[in-house]
Design a protein around this ligand. Structure first.
Ligand SMILES: *Cc1c(COP(=O)(O)O)cnc(C)c1O
Length: 245
């Protein structure tokens, strides 16, 4: 993709986000654009940063660590959005600001133990598996309150909110219903005393529906960067999110 195309895509996505936010009676600033740069090379991220993007999401640990090193000179906020194995938490706890797909206590405990003491608290979102899809990670809605309470009490961690990757629905109303369900879980936790401020929901195909239902952060890859290049087959040590490819 040319730099010209990239800046046009960013502008178009922002315009669509603003339109959805206004339609929902919210300000454009109430929704963060997280650019999911997995499978995109470091120079592409650098170009996106020069267009004003500051939050980037990665799913594949080895690839991400190489990119973070190559872009160390930029003041970027890095989010790990992929599925995380519990034996790979160390580098994530050390190098990222956010982890979006936490779905079990053991993972959060390891991240808390491995977060460097001098770093800011690690921001976490709990992934909820709304439709009970076995191909995707996430805690069940029934198990969510206990997990949220346990994670919130960990040191060096800040529980910020909830995240979901719902099934794709052809009908926009049905798409919105999944996001509404996550927002209702979020509201219920806050009514129970949690202090969550982040609803991480919406990707390239459904971010407007998510914003209409209260998303505060949308995770967008393809609509910004175009189709992802195929990942090279020799990254055998690099297991990441299988959720969305
Ligand atoms: C890849 C990915 C995205 C971005 O998906 P697009 O459809 O390319 O926008 C968002 N969230 C997660 C967790 C992902 O793995």
């Amino acid at each position: 993709m040319s730099p010209q195309n990239l800046s046009e895509h960013i502008r178009a996505v922002r315009a669509r986000m603003t339109r959805a936010a206004v339609q929902a009676g919210r300000s454009a600033q109430s929704v963060t654009l997280l650019a999911v740069s997995k499978a995109q090379p470091a120079p592409m991220v650098r170009a996106a940063a020069s267009c004003g993007l500051g939050d980037f999401g990665e799913s594949y640990l080895q690839e991400a660590l190489e990119k973070l090193a190559a872009l160390r000179d930029l003041p970027l906020t890095w989010h790990f959005v992929g599925r995380l194995q519990s034996n790979k938490t160390g580098p994530v706890a050390e190098s990222f600001a956010w982890v979006h797909a936490v779905d079990r206590l053991k993972l959060a405990e390891r991240l808390a133990a491995q977060r460097p003491a001098q770093a800011a608290p690690l921001n976490l979102c709990l992934q909820v598996n709304l439709a009970g899809e076995s191909s995707k990670g996430g805690v069940t809605p029934a198990e969510l309150p206990a997990l949220a309470a346990a994670v919130a009490s960990l040191p060096r961690i800040r529980l910020r909110g909830l995240m979901c990757i719902p099934p794709e629905e052809a009908d926009p109303e049905r798409q919105r219903a999944w996001f509404r369900q996550l927002r209702q879980l979020f509201v219920a936790l806050n009514e129970g005393g949690a202090r969550l401020d982040t609803l991480s929901m919406g990707m390239s195909g459904d971010f407007e529906a998510a914003i209409l239902e209260g998303a505060t952060l949308v995770r967008i890859g393809t609509a910004l960067f175009g189709p992802r290049p195929a990942r090279s087959a020799n990254r055998t040590g690099d297991t990441g999110s299988k959720d969305t490819g």
